[in-house]
Design a protein around this ligand. Structure first.
Ligand code: CA
Length: 230
């Protein structure tokens, strides 16, 4: 696994680089946004950790440029704590997830694993996360080995969450991907269906699996990991 770390604070960059290398990742560091764009074009990275505030070109611009060019490398934005507007802007620019600084290294590792798993998961006919197994050929979902009865919309929602486990999925993204509609701020259609799906999953698993991240979106996450929330 090859990771590009984009971070201008040298101490933070070398801390992340060293920690990831100890876990077996290959790590390159870019100290500014321009360098990051150049390196992302040349190197084939499995994921990019992208700081927001950077010299020369900020993280939003770097992410937006990569997505405009059709590059699908998973991107995790490193934002400042509680900067919800940064999170929203980052996800709009094409980031897949975000992590608020300062973060615990174990959390970075857990989120990075989830992010890089995503690429492989899309090629498989079976999606798994925690107690959930989705058979995409038969359109069947099991939770702890018990068949779950879902409506077609609930199935599509769950499929999207399983493709992006432990990542924040925005309501607008669900509206576009599942309903093929553009964002209508008056509509609570997503919340209604997500609510029904959440109740079914919680009842079957005996624990909450879909979490609302206030002001941002929804995340599929099993809370027995040490990556528990903000
Ligand atoms: Ca910075």
């Amino acid at each position: 696994m090859k990771i590009l770390v984009v971070e201008d604070e040298r101490k933070v960059a070398s801390f992340i680089k060293q920690g990831l290398e100890e876990e077996g990742y290959t790590v390159d560091v870019a100290p500014d946004g321009e360098q990051a764009s150049l390196m992302a074009h040349v190197g084939e990275y499995d994921a990019i950790l992208l700081d927001v505030l950077l010299p020369r070109r900020n993280g939003f611009e770097v992410a937006a440029e990569l997505r405009r060019e059709g590059r699908t490398t998973p991107i995790m934005m490193l934002t400042s704590r509680d900067a919800v507007e940064d999170v929203v802007r980052g996800l709009d620019a094409g980031a897949d997830d975000y992590l608020a600084k300062p973060f615990r290294f174990e959390e970075l590792l857990a989120r990075l694993r989830a992010l890089t798993r995503r690429g492989g998961a899309q090629r498989h006919e079976e999606l798994r996360y925690g107690p959930i197994t989705m058979d995409r050929l038969r359109h069947e979902v099991d939770v702890d080995g018990q068949r779950l009865d879902l409506t077609p919309k609930e199935y599509q929602l769950l499929e999207h969450f399983l493709l992006y486990p432990e990542a924040v999925v925005r309501r607008t993204t669900l509206l576009e991907k599942v309903w093929e509609m553009h964002f209508d701020p008056e509509s609570n259609v997503v919340d209604v269906h997500v609510g029904n799906l959440r109740r079914k999953l919680t009842a079957a698993a005996g624990t909450a699996l879909l979490h609302s991240i206030r002001g941002v979106g929804i995340m599929l996450r099993q809370d027995d990991t040490d990556a528990a929330g903000h």
